[in-house]
Design a protein around this ligand. Structure first.
Ligand SMILES: Nc1ncnc2c1ncn2[C@@H]1O[C@H](COP(=O)(O)OP(=O)(O)O)[C@@H](O)[C@H]1O
Ligand SMILES: [Mg+2]
Length: 232
């Protein structure tokens, strides 16, 4: 049996606030196998983003262990986390997070700059991925020239540029209308069919239905973990 892509044990995260320590995550256990398609749900403030940021190596836990593709990364220093992040996973945010003064092509290619890939290869890869998400003709445009749905496609292309085996998405359709949301979810469905593991946060049941497993958070804990049908 290969190691799960994600395995967390007793994962906790507390924030320092003026009122003292606030435990946003309280001992979470979860295992996600390669090829899974998982939706994380739960009310606002239940710890979903805190959890995703830990999974995405954007932050470090206060307690517990995180095995990413078998390696315990919970206690790695920030620069090691950044390297790991740029090699193994793609992250998609609710607000797209594109750099406004950079062309779409350069936005998509940016993770390859950090990975030390040469310019010609970066250009070719970024163009190929923009074409893949249906934006091949917009490579030289700036982000403010395209719609929100198109910006999210660019963000997905950027998340794919390092050929990750895991995509994490925190409310990727939270800023999009329902039609555009379905288009974006179609793209995630396709990536999952190609074997990429997907973990996404949503509070919309229609969006969560695309996944085959739904995990629900409440007050920093997992309160349910169910296999669901998913879309054919
Ligand atoms: N940087 C922070 N400092 C202090 N408290 C935070 C911080 N980030 C999140 N929180 C608190 O932690 C809890 C969980 O937040 P979050 O993970 O963003 O939840 P969700 O994504 O489910 O809405 C909330 O009560 C939130 O106010
Ligand atoms: Mg959140």
């Amino acid at each position: 049996m290969p190691a799960p892509v994600i395995r967390v044990q007793g994962l906790g995260k507390s924030y320092q606030t003026v009122a003292g320590e606030f435990p946003a995550l309280r001992g979470v256990d979860l295992s996600v196998d390669a090829g899974e398609y998982l939706a994380i749900m739960g009310p606002s403030g239940s710890g979903k983003s805190t959890f995703m940021n830990l999974l995405g190596c954007l932050d470090q836990p206060s307690q517990g262990d995180y095995f990413l593709a078998g390696e315990n990364v919970a206690h790695l220093p920030k620069d090691a986390l950044a390297t790991l992040r740029s090699r193994t996973l793609g992250f998609v945010f609710q607000g797209f997070n594109l750099l406004p003064r950079m062309s779409l092509q350069d936005n998509v290619a940016l993770p390859l700059v950090y990975a030390g890939i040469d310019k010609e290869t970066r250009r070719a890869k970024a163009r190929q991925l923009l074409a893949r998400v249906g934006l091949g003709n917009y490579a030289d445009s700036l982000p403010n020239r395209i719609s929100g749905g198109q910006q999210q496609r660019v963000a997905i292309a950027r998340a794919l540029v390092n050929t990750p085996s895991l995509i994490l998405a925190d409310e990727p359709t939270g800023n999009l209308d329902s039609h555009t949301s379905e288009e974006i979810m179609g793209l995630f469905d396709e990536l999952n069919r190609e074997g990429i593991t997907i973990v996404l946060v949503t509070h919309e049941p229609d969006i969560a239905e695309h996944a085959r497993r739904q995990v629900r958070f409440l007050d920093g804990c997992i309160v349910s973990d169910q296999l669901t049908g998913g879309r054919p």
